[in-house]
Write a protein that binds this ligand. Structure first.
Ligand SMILES: *Cc1c(COP(=O)(O)O)cnc(C)c1O
Length: 385
């Protein structure tokens, strides 16, 4: 990547403040720091005691995939024919785990044709579909189980996951049919309590005992937290350690190989979103040029991103004293409001910029053009300071 001098031709900016100062962007800008992404990927590869795969759905941007491959990521969790083909093209030698447990027959046929060798399942009907269409040779099927959850900002268990008893039946059936039998779970996204993984891993052992089948691999899902709250940086090494220790304790010498499939934990902190203050309405509520139909789609479900800074159009930091404000997005829909209140500087003004850090997951990909907004540009930075 060439660092070109001169504003418009510039391809890599120093930081968000330089973009604000130089471009005064009128539309929201998603700012990507490839070095931050690669550093995070290397931290996962060095710290997680098993195979690290990336959950493509959290941010399928091609630059993200390419930087992850460059950092050494060799596996991907894919959920659709589109994601299967995307990774087939960008990382042709990487493993692809098709871990969306419900698929149409046409999707299964597409995946078989694309050479998919790892599947998850959470029901008898969907397992029978796999048995009909997927040849067992060198092919892994992982029953996905769930527990009443535990520690995450948002629980996927209401949609996916078998009870431990059903997971044991599925594991036995998979093994009997000659597939590689493994287990998988997802503790819920933005899971800040490491003990959620501990409970799931101990339950995996119970499922293996109920089934009388030794799982080849145990996939401990995504859910690894990103840094969303000012001053509270997640401790990923502590989570990795607990996962490794618990697996060794629960399974002993014959432990299954571990796999993880982080989405948010890999990509979120490599992005910030620069939004502009359209109005401070009568000195109270703040209107931004982006909101819940744009790059901040998941905030009503996950909670506010409070790791933010407010910059003047000259790129200078606004003052220290702040108070809670109601923050709205640009559309005419009253749903377009960030949850609760957000603490913003007392002297915030129309034309200022609010930079939300840690904004890379479930944002670029869920952005909409509702009401004619949502023109989300992406620029590259060296870093965020
Ligand atoms: C969404 C998803 C992930 C990634 O979850 P994060 O919370 O973003 O880490 C991993 N695995 C599966 C099966 C998923 O559906």
């Amino acid at each position: 990547m060439g660092l070109t001098e001169g504003h418009q031709a510039k391809t890599v900016w120093e930081n968000p403040a330089e973009i604000v100062r130089s471009l005064h962007p009128e539309n929201p800008v998603m700012v990507f720091a490839p070095t931050v992404l690669q550093d995070r990927a290397r931290a996962f590869l060095a710290g997680f005691p098993g195979l690290v795969t990336y959950a493509v759905k959290s941010n399928p941007d091609e630059a993200v995939i390419q930087n992850l491959v460059q950092a050494g990521i060799r596996g991907f969790d894919v959920a659709s024919p589109f994601e299967i083909d995307l990774i087939g093209r960008l990382a042709p030698t990487a493993a692809r785990h098709y871990h969306n447990p419900v698929r149409s027959r046409a999707e299964i046929a597409h995946a078989v044709g694309a050479g998919i060798k790892a599947w998850s399942v959470d029901s008898r009907t969907e397992l029978d579909k796999l048995f009909e269409q997927v040849p067992p040779e060198n092919c892994e099927i992982s029953p996905r189980f769930k527990l009443p959850v535990l520690g995450a900002a948002y629980d996927f268990g209401s949609k996916f996951g078998a009870t431990p008893e059903l997971a044991a039946d599925l594991l036995r059936a998979v093994n009997d049919r000659g597939y590689i039998a493994s287990l998988t779970f997802h503790p819920g996204t933005q899971c800040t309590d490491p003990h959620a993984w501990e409970q799931y891993i101990r339950t995996a052992r119970e499922i293996a005992d109920m089934a009388g089948v030794h799982p080849r691999r145990l996939n401990v899902g995504g859910g690894f937290p990103s840094w969303r709250v000012h001053g509270v940086e997640p401790d990923l090494p502590a989570i990795f350690d607990l996962i490794g220790r618990t697996t060794a304790e629960a399974f002993g010498a014959n432990a299954p190989e571990l796999v993880c499939e982080p989405g948010r934990g890999l990509c979120a902190d490599a992005f910030a979103i620069i939004t502009r203050v359209k109005a401070v309405r009568d000195g109270t509520s703040v209107f931004l040029n982006d909101g819940v139909y744009g790059g901040m789609n998941e905030l009503p479900v996950i909670g506010n991103l409070d790791r933010l800074e407010v910059l003047t159009p000259e790129g200078k930091l606004r003052g220290e004293n702040s108070h809670g404000r109601v923050v709205f997005g640009p559309t005419c829909d009253s749903v377009d409001r960030l949850p609760g209140e957000i603490s913003l500087p007392d002297n915030i003004q129309e034309g200022d910029y609010v930079v939300f850090h840690g904004a890379g997951a479930y944002s670029v990909v869920t952005n909409t053009r509702f009401n004619g907004f949502g023109e989300l540009r992406q620029l590259t930075v060296m870093g965020f300071d």
